[in-house]
Design a protein around this ligand. Structure first.
Ligand code: PHE
Length: 457
């Protein structure tokens, strides 16, 4: 039993460290960069409602299931999943779920580092005062200049990757644990400063109305699929990050309560980011909420450039985004690192360099998709768009579906109950029903309709 309590990688110091780490993983570019622009291009309100429904009815139950598999096995996702499969006497093919997750993690890390690099670059772009007084067109030109400069993109992608390696080589307690305990509170404080700024200087009421007035006519199945993909992406579920972090969770922490806290923090940051960004967008002439991926990098600088103190506030904003991306990316790296250490007997440093190097190399594809390869399309997508769509809207939901079915129907009852210890039976029943019936049916339906809508209709 003692072995069951603790794996070879160690555990978080406390439940609170797990909460900070899981929130650090969840809160990232998905909340600050992607959520506002995806909500914006899907018309706002109704999309937001679908997204929140997906978080509660699919995200939370699946996230709990992932943590359970992780804490049960206390190993990297691939091995924890295999243990759970063996333990339950299930078909070994269930083990592929762990593999698919880890593959998704590497793919996400590859493009994530590129976008995070934009944010790093913009800290200096804004701080230098270059963007003072820009309008929509000139801010767009500054952003295009960045996208058209592969050398600069690669430089920042590399810096970001090194930052991640720097944390993950430190291991669970001294690396990841210490990093999130410093970064996350800092992130919340910065976020509140920016929110205050948006309320005072921006058009807060228009932002509120945009995010919370529900216009269902604007909602298509494709948009619902995107809302679901966004829910998976933002909670970091379906790829093993949360399973790996769950493996380091103290045995006495209550999984349900803990995950609800994480999901609450994550959704709050997404909504607050949306409020900040749209308050500023609606207060600025000539910038559209549906601007797409450039929303954060074009419209915000216009606003920052027009406001007194904008250079300082703008720099703080991009520091904030970079920190959020950093604490997420380390959770993309850790599961694979843990796996190489366990299975290949590799040292932490070697494992880190190998995987980060691989993701970096693959990331060059995304770098070039913004410039020299922008004409090459795969099923209508650039390389970057393709990876983004493939991971968020296909791989994560599929592995989420498998995890729900596995823990719901296949995993040994006693193992599941042991992880539920201390949970009131009514809550446990509610979770089980949602995991068994609501989440899988919802994932499958949205998936089929969304794909049909996107490609076949
Ligand atoms: N949740 C992170 C975000 O919203 C992205 C992420 C996905 C991180 C999957 C880890 C695993 O930015």
């Amino acid at each position: 039993m003692a072995l069951q309590q603790k794996g070879m990688h160690g555990t978080w110091v406390s439940r609170w460290t797990f909460i900070m780490a899981a929130t650090g993983s969840a809160v990232g570019l998905g909340n600050m960069w992607k959520f506002p622009y995806v909500a914006g291009s899907n018309g706002g309100g109704a999309f937001v409602l679908m997204y929140l429904a997906c978080i509660l009815l699919i995200g939370v139950p699946v996230m709990m299931a992932e943590v359970m598999i992780g804490r049960h096995g206390r190993k990297s996702p691939i091995n924890s999943m295999r243990d759970a499969v063996d333990d339950s006497g299930a078909d070994p093919r269930w083990g592929y779920v762990g593999w698919m997750g880890v593959a998704a993690g590497m793919l996400i890390l590859s493009f994530y580092a590129v976008i995070a690099g934009w944010a790093l670059d913009y800290i200096f772009e804004v701080a230098s005062g270059n963007l003072i007084g820009v309008n929509g067109a000139s801010a767009g030109a500054v952003f295009d200049q960045l996208l058209n400069d592969p050398g600069r993109l690669v430089l920042w992608q590399t810096v970001f990757m090194l930052l991640c390696v720097g944390v993950v080589v430190g291991g669970v307690k001294r690396g990841l644990g210490v990093a999130v305990e410093i970064l996350m509170p800092l992130l919340f404080v910065m976020m509140l400063i920016l929110l205050g700024f948006a309320v005072v200087k921006g058009n807060f009421s228009a932002a509120w109305a945009f995010l919370f007035s529900f216009n269902f006519e604007a909602l298509s199945w494709r948009a619902v699929l995107e809302a679901m993909g966004q829910a998976f992406f933002t909670l970091s579920i379906g790829m093993g990050a949360i399973m790996a972090y769950g493996a380091y969770m103290p045995q006495n922490a209550n999984i349900g309560k803990t995950i609800l806290v994480v999901a609450f923090f994550d959704s709050s940051v997404a909504i607050i980011s949306g409020l900040i960004i749209f308050s500023i967008v609606f207060a600025t002439q000539g910038v559209e909420p549906s601007a797409g991926p450039g929303l954060m990098f074009i419209s915000l600088p216009v606003a920052f450039g027009a406001m007194p103190g904008g250079v300082l506030i703008g720099s703080i904003f991009f520091v904030l985004v970079s920190i959020a991306a950093w604490s997420s990316a380390i959770s993309l790296l850790e599961p694979c690192v843990a796996w190489l250490i366990e299975t290949k007997n590799m040292g932490r440093i070697t494992a880190n360099l190998l995987l980060a190097g691989f993701a970096w190399l693959l990331g060059l594809g995304s770098v070039f998709s913004f410039n020299i390869w922008s004409e090459y399309k795969l099923a209508g997508f650039t390389f970057f768009d393709f990876l983004d769509f493939l991971t968020a809207n296909i791989m994560l939901p599929l592995s989420g579906l498998m995890i729900a079915l596995f823990v719901g129907f296949v995993m040994k009852e006693e193992a599941v109950n042991a992880e539920l210890e201390g949970t009131p039976s009514l809550v446990a029943e509610f979770w089980r029903t949602t995991l068994r019936y609501i989440a899988p049916v919802a994932i499958a339906a949205v998936f089929v309709m969304g794909i049909y809508d996107k490609f076949l209709s």
